[in-house]
Design a protein around this ligand. Sequence first.
Ligand SMILES: C[S@@+](CC[C@H](N)C(=O)[O-])C[C@H]1O[C@@H](n2cnc3c(N)ncnc32)[C@H](O)[C@@H]1O
Length: 301
Amino acid sequence: MSAPPALSQPDRRMDALVANGEFPITAKDFDVISGIMMAQTGISLPIAKANLVYSRVAKRLRQLGLRDFKEYCALVTSADGAAECQEMIASLTTNVTRFFREPHHFEHLKTKILPDLVAAARTGGRIRLWSAACSSGQEPYSMALTLLSVMPDAAKYDVKILATDIDPNMLKAGAEGIYDEAALEPVPASLRERWFRALNDGTGRRQAVDEMRKLVSFKKLNLIGSWPIRNKFHAVFCRNVAIYFENDTQEMIWSRFFPLLEDQAALYIGHSERVSGLAEALLRSDGITIYRPNGAKGARA
Ligand SMILES: C[S@@+](CC[C@H](N)C(=O)[O-])C[C@H]1O[C@@H](n2cnc3c(N)ncnc32)[C@H](O)[C@@H]1O
């Protein structure tokens, strides 16, 4: 006798509460929020992240005077909800960063990538670097500081650092370039004194000097969207962001960097990330979480 057809799960499951707190959040609400995050940022939020989603978004409900996540989901999916949807995305992206995070990348940049470039830039060449998930600017300024430590007069030459992120709040913070003492702690004292001016407002904060800020352009760019980029780069830092994406999205992103890398360029990725899939044929390892484009000079597509 054949088995009876499986009964479909009662719809009740979607009404189940997935986190505890003052604002009810059901599995259905969670699906709406995680669906928006996947579609708009590539960030994967499994149900195990329900408490994190709750804690980050609940304050928006409080500020807006809403009763539950059902009302909030109705708002962010409504025609008038685009601005709140951006707020939600900003609250759910993780922006943790610090100066000279993963120091071996900056050592590699300084010793393996920059020497030839600096010499070429002094005779009319150019230097192009990209921080592709720059958060509040510590990463692109660490790149700038590394360059300035070997080329203090970089501002006189054709040198540009592109700093991109999906989160406009982070881009604004990066462009301002103001950091407190704790944030600046990993910056060697000599570089801190030379390239950050004290604000003298009693807070101990410092601001990146104009000469350094002018080297860095902060622009919005979604790694899973279109990349309006024409030039190639000598170094790309794309660190601690792909970890939030599903595997196929990660592979797609690594592959997309390849045509944007100069022949002798380096791609730096986060400490728990790994180039995988089709991109493995395009990029070869040159140290821990450091990759160089494969293929002899001139032999690439
Ligand atoms: C954990 S921070 C990493 C910052 C820096 N790269 C580092 O390693 O210190 C991740 C950053 O990726 C950004 N991000 C998340 N999804 C993105 C996407 N789809 N496109 C561009 N940036 C994204 C977030 O806004 C956040 O600032």
